[in-house]
Ligand binder design. Structure first.
Ligand code: PLP
Length: 298
């Protein structure tokens, strides 16, 4: 029922190649589709008709779950952080998209959102919505990691470094598990936090990986004009769009490390483009309000 086509790598130069996983689906897209695949298969097998998940106002995961539900025949419920957003759906491109894909929202306060993984809160959700298949915030669980183990193919064996952006750590865990012993996996977290190493340790089966913590630009969804200029330059030069939350920060980091001579001469690097492009529109709305330069879409 669900198969994900592997995309051909894009060769940028002698050193750097991109795997354009953002092209794997028009809406579900990138690593979020990888992470959903086995969860959707199990949900179908167990005869669930409803998927419930959690996310913030601009979440790629919320957009992906809504689109996947629409395509694969599930009703979807999105528990959204921030009760003030219920009156602002039409101003928010991600929520508007998810709504148009049929997602039902349940807006909760930031305070209540912190309780989202507790048994009491989940039980209350079951009373409110009936039975559902629960997908965690960001989509990471064992089945998600299994899906991400399919990102690398045999043809990728010759790369020395595999780079990817990191949010919850599910994607990098899958890459680590499917890499070979002579490869090193470098994760570029899009947020601050030392908890990530431990999270990845729960899912990952070898130690050939590291996190490069220098390019989150202050935290999740924090950006600056250097990043925006870089994303626009990259698009104009290579005709590949980057999102400002994940892939933009990773690529900005890779280019900076290359400039610093971090990678040994002759290294072959594969950067995973994990998608996230739906987030550009929301970020541009915020940038326009601040009179800042925006991300060019064409
Ligand atoms: C969610 C997301 C990530 C982070 O993936 P994790 O598995 O949570 O680490 C990376 N890139 C994009 C585009 C994403 O949407």
């Amino acid at each position: 029922m669900i198969s994900i086509k592997n995309q051909s790598n894009i060769f940028l130069n002698e050193t750097l190649t991109i795997k354009p996983d953002y092209l794997n689906h028009p809406f579900v897209s990138g690593n979020k589709f990888r992470k959903l695949k086995y969860n959707l298969l199990i949900a179908k097998q167990l005869n669930y008709s409803v998927l419930l998940t959690f996310g913030g106002a601009y979440s790629n995961h919320i957009a992906a779950v809504a689109a996947a539900g629409h395509e694969f025949g599930f009703k979807t419920i999105g528990v959204i952080r921030g009760d003030e957003l219920s009156a602002k759906i039409s101003e928010n491109p991600t929520l508007t998209f998810a709504k148009n894909q049929g997602m039902e929202f349940y807006f909760i306060s930031r305070e209540t959102y912190k309780e989202k993984t507790t048994e009491t809160f989940i039980d209350a959700l079951k009373i409110k919505f009936g039975d559902f298949y629960l997908i965690p915030e960001g989509g990471t669980n064992n089945l998600a990691v299994k899906g991400c183990e399919e990102i690398l193919t045999r043809d990728d064996n010759s790369f020395d470094y595999i780079c990817c952006p990191v949010g919850t750590g599910g994607t990098i865990s899958g890459l680590i598990n499917s890499s070979n012993n002579s490869q090193k996996i470098l994760g570029f977290p899009s947020l601050k936090g030392d908890f990530l190493r431990e999270e990845i340790g729960k899912f990952a089966q070898n130690k050939h990986w590291d996190l490069i913590q220098d390019y989150h630009l202050g935290g999740y969804a924090k950006i600056n004009t250097d990043l925006i200029s870089f994303i626009n330059w990259f698009k104009a030069t290579y005709h590949i769009p980057l999102d400002p939350i994940y892939t933009g920060k990773m690529m900005f980091g890779i280019f900076d490390l290359l400039k610093q001579g971090y990678f040994p001469k002759g290294s072959k690097i594969l950067a995973i483009h994990t998608g996230g492009l739906q987030g550009i529109e929301g970020m541009n709305k915020i940038l326009r309000r601040k009179n800042s330069p925006i991300i060019n879409l064409d």
